[in-house]
Design a protein around this ligand. Structure first.
Ligand SMILES: *Cc1c(COP(=O)(O)O)cnc(C)c1O
Length: 384
């Protein structure tokens, strides 16, 4: 294996999380599995077939490139695919030909979709993204009526599969008022849109946080990313969940473990600096292990002198600075550790666990960022 570390994906954890999500959803709510950012670092190639096996038939991505990755990962499978963000006008032909749905939030893309559909003699399947207060993508209030009027005259070329928007931070109660206003605005728009008899679109706006925290916003479809990978978006959402259901047990299971091996061990005398510069000085004779992992592999440099790893079922401290490709760990407490021993960077070993969230507390990265920083070329291995 020409790699310095590997990532294991637990198939039973995928099933656990997808079952949890399906149980949480109202009747007739479609679960769209959001797999942007290489399936939050889990890899589209490996995660999508696992999710499909558990019954997921709707996937969402950010870009046409990611959509292409999903179609490759799921070739010969039945599923619906939705692009929520970037697709170039030149890529629209590919999407339309392959029945890939995509967001429309500006007129140029709409016009090109109509033109391309005419050329290909195949309808473009679109979701109209409405601006409700996040001030990111979305058609502004003043343009909504004219946009739908335009579509009404082009129904030979356009099928509106969805009408949607996105909350500006439902994972945080501090945003409560803004979220509520967004939802109310979206509902008001729905009332107007109900006057178009041809419009049979799915309404959707909830992501993981809103699905849990504001279940009434689930509407026809939810776009869920982080939950399916075994994480509550924030501690706050978990506290909400555990209070509501009077349980302290986390119903989700982390899918991903990240592992490497000890590359070398050595003794360092007392009073010596370890690694670059002077950030770590030994107080006594110290036994260290060198690991072939550094910041270029997604192990943040901010974990210098802070990170932890598991070896032989115990926790050990990262000492000195995290280098580009290497780091050192103080293993003085276990003289049996040797070259080739398994090291867990994220996951379980024996009774011990290093969770992504404790990891990201140290590195000040939120779960989302830490996961998606895991490089694409670290091999992923599916386990039971
Ligand atoms: C990423 C994303 C989601 C999923 O968010 P989670 O918090 O991971 O569930 C939903 N909708 C849109 C538009 C997104 O970009």
């Amino acid at each position: 294996m020409f790699q310095t570390s590997y990532i294991e994906l637990s198939e039973s954890a995928v099933k656990n999380n997808i079952d949890f999500i399906n149980n949480y959803l109202g009747e007739n709510v479609t679960f769209s599995s959001v797999v942007k950012g290489n399936a939050y670092g889990h890899s589209i190639e490996h995660y999508c077939p696992l999710a499909h096996k558990c019954g997921v038939r709707h996937f969402s991505v950010f870009s046409a490139q990611e959509a292409l990755d999903v179609t490759k990962a799921l070739s010969n499978h039945e599923f619906t695919l939705m692009i929520m963000g970037q697709i170039d006008n030149e890529e629209l032909a590919w999407a339309i030909e392959n029945g890939v749905e995509f967001y429309v939030f500006e007129q140029d893309r709409l016009d090109f979709a109509i033109m391309t559909s005419k050329k290909l003699a195949k309808k473009a399947l679109i979701h109209i993204d409405l601006e409700t207060g996040m001030n990111r993508t979305g058609i502004a209030q003043k343009d909504i009526a004219s946009t739908f009027k335009k579509i009404e005259t082009k129904l030979d070329y356009i099928e509106v599969k969805g009408v949607c928007t996105h909350f500006a931070g439902a994972e945080n109660i501090a945003n409560y008022k803004r979220i509520k206003e967004q939802f109310n605005r979206f509902k008001r728009y729905q009332l107007k849109l109900n006057t178009y008899p041809w419009l049979e679109a799915k309404k959707h706006l909830a992501s993981s946080s809103a699905t849990i925290r504001y279940p009434h916003t689930q509407m026809d479809l939810v776009r869920i990313g982080i939950l399916q990978f075994g994480f509550f978006p924030t501690q706050e959402i978990f506290v909400y969940y555990s209070t509501k259901f009077k349980t302290n047990i986390n119903p989700l299971k982390r899918i991903l473990s990240w592992k490497t091996k000890v590359m070398d061990t050595k003794m360092v005398k007392a009073g010596e600096f370890v690694g670059y510069g002077t950030s770590y000085l030994t107080n006594q004779t110290t036994r260290i292990a060198l690991l072939p992992i550094g910041y270029s592999f997604g192990f943040s440099r901010s974990l210098s002198n802070h990170g932890k790893v598991l070896i032989n079922g115990a926790r050990f401290d990262v000492i000195g600075t995290v280098n580009m490709s290497m780091l050192a760990v103080d293993i003085s407490l276990d003289e049996t550790i040797k070259k080739g021993d398994e090291v867990v960077l994220i996951g379980n070993q024996g009774e011990q666990e290093l969770s992504v969230s404790s990891f990201s507390d140290f590195s000040q990265l939120i779960n989302y960022e830490l996961l998606t920083r895991l490089p694409q070329d670290i091999p992923r291995i599916v386990t039971k």
